[in-house]
Design a protein around this ligand. Structure first.
Ligand SMILES: [Zn+2]
Length: 509
């Protein structure tokens, strides 16, 4: 009496096929599970045995062996409970072999037989489709998530009592919800809007440029000036998600169990980790390797408030993902690659008390101010394209509350600028100005002789690094795109240089 059920293991954000084999033979009553299992995966034996008793299934007083193969993949979590239960029922002859053939299952089983949701269903169903399975059996709560994958029936199950019915006539039992794809690509509705930001024209403009070219953005200013308020609203001026982007975000959220029954990501992520975060929580890692905040912010915004308060090693962990658009974690058992196409938005006070250079309120010593600013290393600062000062809101701006431009109006311009960039970089590995590699700057952003001269002067006067030089041109390109100008002109370049002057002002003392 032997049977096999298909399931999947999750490593990082990818799913790998796993065969759950069950054998029942004469001998001393025993339930043995093998195949490189973590403690919680091994406990499936106790859960399934008790669930069988409580749902009225017969559990034979025989020698039961369950093997999860291949043995070189570590099996973690409770997702193998459902396939183990199905494999036992099939080995006992309660489920016909042809019905369980080519059906991929995953789910946790409670002691009463209820099937509970598990993480990573999206990639599990994707694997089922790739390997040509005829259907996928998942916990009821996870059906919406699985339904995002087209062309494969995804059946939700609430209790192991329903196993027979689900497999015999899936059409009847199936709780497959139709994919709400048509709704998905409508412009998502956000709670926040740029209309609520009073005044701050300069920072609003900088945020718009940053959004249009996917540039990393730093705001410096006193507490209470509205830095967090602006950062929170940046996702609202970014274009709506494409199907591929939604899939990329959903894969990360699925393994972290953050889709919350929504099925798939419909809005751009906004992640704002506290400054006490550890490097592995930011970049990813842990005992069971999971994506960190960087990957959770992919295709959206990673907001770091109080930037100098972050541990130095945490900030350094940002550098590689910022350049490469991915996080690579190497361990003895393999290499994990997580997406990291995020826009970095950071905010900081100009000194510890927050009011420098306002000498009436700030009593920090010059040395202290310098030390505070230098907690952010040059290499990191060099990767930030736009640096803007945020000032206290003026009284007349408060009085004019509610008259500012809305996120929708700004988004229209951002979308147009992004379409221009996509056209320009068709067939390239990058899509936006911020991603343009230094070798491509001269090819895609040629300068006239007057512009060349301005940049040369700035380069010498400001003692710019090669990276900063390229970044100025890229930002100028975005400003020109916002104005639908085919060439980079002097005003574009001067504005872009202005966004680099701010960091010079604060750091060079
Ligand atoms: Zn101060």
């Amino acid at each position: 009496m032997f049977s096999t059920i298909l399931s999947a293991a999750i490593l990082g954000i990818d799913a790998y096929p796993v065969q759950v084999e069950a054998d029942i033979c004469d001998g001393l009553p025993q339930f043995c599970m093998v195949g490189d299992l973590s403690p919680e995966a091994r406990e499936a034996a106790d859960r399934v045995r008790t669930a069988f008793r409580n749902t009225g299934f017969y559990f034979p007083p025989k020698r039961v062996t369950v093997n999860l193969s291949p043995a070189h993949i570590r099996k973690e979590g409770t997702r193998y409970d459902l396939p183990v239960a199905a494999a036992l029922l099939s080995a006992m002859g309660a489920l016909p072999a042809e019905q369980v053939e080519n059906v991929l299952m995953a789910g946790e089983v409670g002691l009463s037989g209820t099937v509970r949701p598990v993480n990573g269903i999206l990639q599990t169903v994707m694997l089922a489709k790739e390997s040509g399975c005829k259907m996928c059996l998942v916990p009821k709560e996870n059906v919406r998530e699985g339904a995002f994958v087209p062309d494969i029936p995804v059946i939700g199950i609430g209790n192991i009592k329903e196993l027979k019915e689900c497999l015999a006539c899936p059409e009847k039992a199936g709780q497959k919800t139709p994919s709400n794809e048509t709704e998905l690509f409508k412009q998502p509705v956000y709670k926040d809007d740029f209309r609520e930001v009073n005044g701050q024209e300069g920072v609003r403009r900088a945020a718009e440029i940053a959004a249009a070219g996917m540039h990393n953005f730093l705001m410096i200013g006193p507490p209470g000036a509205g830095k967090t308020m602006i950062a929170k609203r940046i996702p609202t001026i970014l274009p709506g998600l494409t199907r591929e982007e939604s899939l990329e975000i959903s894969r990360v959220y699925s393994v972290c169990g953050l889709l919350e029954g929504k099925g798939q990501a419909v809005v751009r992520p906004f992640r704002a980790p506290h400054h006490t975060i550890s490097a592995s929580a930011l970049a990813g890692g842990g005992r069971r390797i999971l994506p960190g905040e960087i990957s959770l912010a992919t295709r959206g915004v990673l907001f770091l408030d109080e930037l100098p308060e972050f541990q130095r090693n945490v900030l350094e962990a940002l550098r590689q993902p910022l350049e490469e658009g991915q996080v690579v974690i190497s361990r003895v058992n393999g290499k994990y690659v997580f997406p990291a196409h995020f826009q970095l938005v950071a905010a900081m006070n100009p000194c510890r008390c927050g009011y420098y250079p306002d000498r009436e309120r700030c009593s920090c010593l010059p040395g202290e101010v310098a030390r505070y600013m230098h907690r952010i290393s040059w290499p990191l600062l060099d990767r930030i394209d736009i640096c803007a000062e945020v000032h206290k809101v003026a009284y007349q701006d408060l009085a004019r509350a509610g008259t500012s431009e809305s996120s929708g109006q700004i988004r229209e311009r951002v979308e147009k600028a992004r379409i221009l960039q996509k056209k320009r970089y068709k067939g390239c590995a990058w899509q936006y100005n911020a991603g343009l590699p230094s070798w491509g700057v001269h090819r895609f952003c040629p300068l006239g002789s007057e512009e060349e001269q301005i940049l040369k002067t700035a380069f010498e006067k400001m003692d710019l690094s090669a990276r900063a030089y390229h970044r100025i041109i890229k930002v100028a390109r975005t400003i020109a795109d916002l104005e639908n100008e085919p060439d980079i002109r002097t005003p574009h370049l001067l504005e872009a240089i202005g966004y680099r002057c701010v960091d010079r002002k604060y750091w060079e003392r």
